[in-house]
Write a protein that binds this ligand. Structure first.
Ligand code: ASP
Length: 593
């Protein structure tokens, strides 16, 4: 096989008994049994037990964990009763007659096995050891297989893999840019791409009808749960495409990846729900469908209620909504805890009720509710005795948002490994920022369903934008793009970007749009997230070979680091002045799309 090996350790089987083999790898476990040494030899394919007598093979006497060794010996069946059924090579062992330590290992900072529970910072500090652990090695393999499946699928569909630059000017995806100073043009900066958005649109104008790229993207965001400042997307775009062409292509891709990594078939087409419906029924634009507990509207049930808590809200144009949190043992204190939780999420309160045998309700407000109202609650929420019902009366938005969060607190997937994909379509074009301004809810190149509607009621306008959700995580987003420069200008205008500013920031792009731009649409999928979910990892860091910590640092290389003054001098950067300015005048971070 190679200069060092005749076989791969993990691929040896009992039918090779009697074969002379040369293996090379790492010492994964050593046991010294009175004169005879056993160790597990691990290579990229798995482990095999090696038996060696240090009396005849002296190098075997000083073996330690993670020494890198080469072994020559003979495959033989393990003695009866000592087989290990948990191991693919568990029926056999290699009796070594030669052993060479290729490279010794320093004492280990943590055990290189899947039982290791070392702190993440230490694992990242020694990522090269961490990646030797079978689980991490499997994650690397899975990532590679996923990317191969993506490429095979898209290559088969006639897509062109095109690289776009990573020293660019700012792409408005809504996050903060990483900037790279230009030495040759002091005071000027490149940005690292937040996505290849505008380049892929330029490629459509250039006549590349189907583009994709496994693209590294950069967003200088503050620490947010399980995000990386540097991440990988499958980015794609097609011209003469509408929304359904994108959805179809993406479905083929995710089905191929799931098939490759999980060996299961995904039923296509994937279900779709509108943004409006998702917000109403799940209180979120990324519903986790692994469990039910849908939000139901009970406003009609309480239309004529005498219970003032509900009546006043309904009279003011609000709603009463609820979930059936199913039968659960909940003490009074726990139920009251949910009321506090609802308040902390922004609701005025929460009403709980436990369905009794015979259909009655145990609830602090039971005495205010009429029999038809109680029956309406039980009926609408499809409740059975023992079920806990939770109701919030508020604006539609708050009621669903609060119930959606409580749904996530209380719900749990029946089967952990199950995969629930969902398209969320018809996102709004704009959303309101905390300051009350309009910001793109996707990015400003997204086409509205109706230009007239967008001009007249921008805050209500629906976009041709869609997200793909898997198990309650957003896997990616995309949209049909604006291909008409006048519409593009209109969007900038609504966003409060003046013609001059649009010209100076995106003039080059607006100009390109004027040269016969085909209708086009696209999408980007977060590869890190997709692989993490398919590998049952709760953090994307487990499937990124060399991830950064939450604060954007790399404990291994210590990046980011200070640089020497001469480097700064060459770049024309005065750190003292820059730091001072940054501290005194920190601009508010731009909103994310
Ligand atoms: N550029 C978008 C993003 O990175 C995806 C897209 O619209 O294709 O989220």
């Amino acid at each position: 096989m190679t200069v060092y090996r005749s076989h791969a350790a993990g691929e040896l089987r009992s039918d090779q008994a009697g074969a002379d083999v040369r293996l090379a790898g790492w010492v994964a476990r050593v046991r010294d049994l009175g004169g005879i040494s056993f160790f597990d030899l691990r290579d990229g394919t798995g482990v095999i037990q090696v038996v060696v007598d240090p009396a005849s093979v002296p190098a075997a006497s000083g073996l330690r964990m993670e020494y890198c060794v080469a072994v020559e010996g003979t495959v033989r069946p393990r003695p009866e009763g000592t087989e290990n059924p948990d191991l693919a090579t568990g029926d056999i062992e290699v009796a070594a007659d030669r052993l060479e330590v290729l490279s010794a290992s320093a004492p280990l900072p943590f055990m290189v096995d899947d039982r290791s529970d070392a702190e993440e910072r230490i694992r990242l500090r020694h990522r090269y050891l961490d990646l030797r652990r079978p689980r991490m090695a499997a994650n690397l393999q899975a990532r590679s297989s996923a990317i191969r499946a993506i490429r095979e699928t898209l290559d088969g569909m006639g897509f062109l893999d095109v690289e776009t630059p990573t020293l660019v000017n700012s792409t408005p995806e809504g996050a903060r840019d990483f900037l790279v100073p230009s030495r040759l043009r002091p005071g000027h900066f490149y940005a690292l791409p937040q996505s290849p958005q505008l380049f892929k649109q330029l490629l459509m104008i250039a006549g590349v009808e189907r583009y994709y790229q496994i693209a590294r993207c950069y967003r200088d965001e503050d620490t947010r749960a399980d995000r990386q400042v540097e991440f990988t997307q499958l980015d794609l775009e097609g011209s003469f495409w509408g929304r359904d062409d994108v959805l179809d292509a993406i479905e083929q891709v995710v089905a191929a990846v799931v098939e490759r990594l999980r060996g299961v078939e995904v039923a296509l087409p994937l279900p779709r729900i509108t943004y409006q419906e998702a917000m109403a029924r799940y209180g979120t634009d990324k519903p986790d469908l692994r469990f039910g507990m849908e939000i139901a509207d009970l406003s009609e049930v309480f239309a004529g209620t005498r219970f003032r808590g509900f009546g006043q809200v309904l009279a003011g144009g609000g709603v009463v909504r609820g979930i059936n949190a199913a039968a659960r043992k909940a003490s009074r204190a726990e139920l009251d805890g949910l009321v506090e939780r609802a308040k902390s999420l922004g609701a005025a309160g929460l009403v709980w009720a436990v369905v009794q045998d015979g259909g009655g309700l145990r609830s602090p407000v039971a005495k205010f509710l009429s029999a038809p109202e109680k029956a309406g609650m039980v009926g609408t929420l499809e409740a059975s005795p023992g079920d806990v019902l939770l109701l919030v009366a508020d604006s539609a938005e708050v009621a669903s948002k609060v119930l959606g969060r409580i749904r996530l607190d209380l719900g749990s997937p029946e089967e952990h490994e199950s995969l629930y994909f969902l398209w969320v379509v018809d996102f709004p074009v704009f959303e309101l920022t905390e300051q009350g301004d309009l910001a793109p809810s996707h990015h400003p190149f997204t086409a509205p369903v109706s230009v007239e509607e967008m001009r007249e009621r921008p805050s209500h306008a629906v976009a041709q934008a869609y997200d793909l959700v898997l198990n309650g995580s957003e896997l990616g987003s995309g949209s049909v793009r604006i291909h008409d420069p006048t519409v593009q200008r209109a969007v900038f205008e609504i966003l409060g970007i003046s013609e001059d500013e649009a010209e100076s920031r995106f003039g080059w792009f607006l100009e390109a749009l004027r040269y016969g731009t085909p209708p086009h649409a696209g999408f980007a999928i977060g590869i890190d997230r997709l692989v993490a979910i398919l590998q049952n990892e709760s953090s994307i860091r487990e499937v990124i070979p060399f991830p950064k910590t939450q604060s954007g640092g790399d404990p291994l290389t210590t990046a980011p680091t200070r640089v020497v003054d001469t480097q700064l001098g060459e770049l024309g950067i005065d750190l003292a002045a820059a730091t001072k300015a940054a501290l005194s005048d920190r601009p508010a971070p731009p909103r994310r799309a």
